[in-house]
Ligand binder design. Structure first.
Ligand SMILES: [Zn+2]
Length: 116
């Protein structure tokens, strides 16, 4: 939860909050609905849940934009486990969520030029 330090990695790039999020996101060929909840499954501790049965990613409201983005990536990695039929250790998912968030934020403009 070292948000300030992590954000400084991204220089002046901003990570947008909940209102910027779409209702759906693609994971491979599958669509996952994105739903924001004040409390997920009656448990305050959950920042996000990926429902692999119904293809829904639940995200907890009130996270700062960087934490929210990391949570989305965390749940996206769980969704990949389904779409790509792979198993990723949960400890690795936590490490990847941060690494991927920083990579995408720090290189966003470059990636936009590469991928069109
Ligand atoms: Zn998880």
């Amino acid at each position: 939860m070292t948000t300030a330090r992590d954000l400084s990695l991204s220089n002046s790039k901003k990570v947008r909050g909940r209102k910027a999020y779409p209702n759906k996101i693609l994971v491979g060929k599958e669509e996952f609905e994105i739903q924001f909840k004040r409390v997920i499954f009656d448990d305050e501790k959950y920042l996000g849940i990926c429902d692999l049965e119904d293809n829904v990613i639940y995200l907890k409201k009130g996270q700062d934009p960087y934490e929210l983005f990391k949570t989305l990536l965390h749940e996206y990695l769980h969704a990949i486990e389904k779409s790509d039929k792979i198993k990723i250790k949960h400890s690795l998912i936590y490490r990847l969520e941060k690494a991927l968030a920083n990579f995408l934020i720090q290189n966003f403009e470059t990636l936009q030029k590469i991928i069109k």
